[in-house]
Design a protein around this ligand. Structure first.
Ligand SMILES: [Zn+2]
Length: 373
């Protein structure tokens, strides 16, 4: 039995953060055994309210660099608030025409508490209230002066509240929809999903207010680089999630080169790379990154997975998706801040801003036609 469990666990570890795990073991003598769940370490992790408050006050202390807004949407009595932080935007938008635009999303899956903590750390470094070990300030400022960065620190606030109330394995939003299955590329029938409950994609593409808000941010900001930040494994994924291959556009090769470089320098070669669909062990339909790449035409679209927890522990979700001790917590935050700031430096070198302005406007019209035929 123990052998079978180990075999099953190592098989499941292939499945990273995507679907959920619902296994409760029956014991003939003792009845149903509920698996042990490690509680949230409140000394390390902020509550969602504290996290948003901390980000707001950071922004208010640095109005010359940072701005913050809260976007709201709702359908059928279900409402969502999404906080968006912007770094480096000039008063006159035309002054930013040739800057590289980067959009980062955190906390899409609510049980992955580590990712909003990473967002907070990134904002602290951008404000210069914190510094990344080994990072030279002059070189950092050189990198940042040509960027506009938008961060969504906690996309799935309603789902996160459920996790904080004790539903530690919840990854969906406040009404049971997986926000990383609710987008309009290959949005699917339930039978296509590995776990139709955990991966419930909603009643239609963009049925959820959180996804509507994210799409609005993406289409109005029109980023050059998108990163959807998750946890559950250590990976630097590129499209596609819904098929077992990478795209065949020129940008695909650039994404591959960049992720391999980041893997070598910052992951010691231990992060998974390549397409999410090919590397994770199953296909995911209706994901944000596939939509960003195919429809919003973001030339560099990624999903980063920042922490591989212990998957041999059944339903111990806090521990499966998040570091539980201070040393690991700090190591993960520093490592992934390093990776994201390296991306800010290396990514723009792969992008010709002037040509993407022309290419994007053409592609968007072309793609719109494709979608509506
Ligand atoms: Zn996830």
């Amino acid at each position: 039995m123990a052998g079978l469990f180990l075999l099953l666990s190592s098989f499941l570890s292939l499945f990273a953060c995507f679907p959920g795990f619902h296994f409760v073991y029956a014991d003939a003598d003792a009845g149903l055994i509920q698996p042990f769940q490690t509680p949230i370490n409140r000394d390390l992790y902020h509550s969602c309210t504290d996290l948003i408050e901390k980000i707001n006050s950071l922004v208010h202390r640095h109005p010359e660099k940072l701005t913050v807004e809260t976007l709201k949407s709702g359908t059928e009595g279900y409402n969502a608030d999404v906080t968006v932080v912007t770094y480096g935007q000039s008063r006159k938008q035309s002054d930013d025409r040739f800057k590289i635009r980067i959009l980062l999303g955190f906390g899409q899956h609510s049980r992955e508490l580590i990712t909003p903590e990473l967002a907070l750390q990134i904002v602290s470094i951008l404000s210069e209230e914190q510094f990344l070990p080994g990072m030279d300030l002059a070189s950092l400022n050189g990198t940042l002066e040509n960027l506009v960065i938008k961060l969504v620190p906690l996309e799935n606030l309603n789902g996160r509240k459920l996790v904080e109330a004790g539903e530690l394995c919840e990854r969906r939003n406040g009404r049971g929809v997986d926000l990383n299955r609710n987008w309009g590329v290959d949005w699917g029938r339930k039978e296509k999903y590995y776990d139709p409950v955990e991966e419930y994609p909603g009643t239609a593409p963009f049925s959820e207010p959180e996804t509507q808000i994210m799409r609005e941010i993406a289409t109005s900001f029109n980023p050059h680089i998108w990163v959807n930040v998750h946890s559950g494994t250590a990976a630097l994924f590129m499209p596609y999630d819904h098929k077992n291959s990478t795209p065949d556009r020129v940008s695909s090769q650039r994404m591959r080169v960049l992720t391999e470089e980041l893997n070598k320098v910052h992951c010691h070669g231990r992060c998974k790379t390549g397409s999410g669909g090919a590397s994770v062990g199953y296909l995911a339909h209706g994901t944000a990154t596939d939509y960003m790449y195919d429809v919003v035409r973001v030339p560099m679209s990624f999903t980063f997975e920042v922490y591989a927890g212990d998957k041999t522990l059944d339903e111990d979700c806090f521990k499966m998706f998040n570091p539980v001790d201070q040393t690991t917590f700090e190591r993960v935050l520093n490592q992934w801040c390093g990776i994201l700031f390296a991306l800010f430096k290396l990514g723009p070198r792969e992008i010709d801003v002037r040509s993407t302005i022309i290419e994007n406007s053409f592609d968007q019209v072309y793609n719109w036609k494709d979608d509506h035929l």
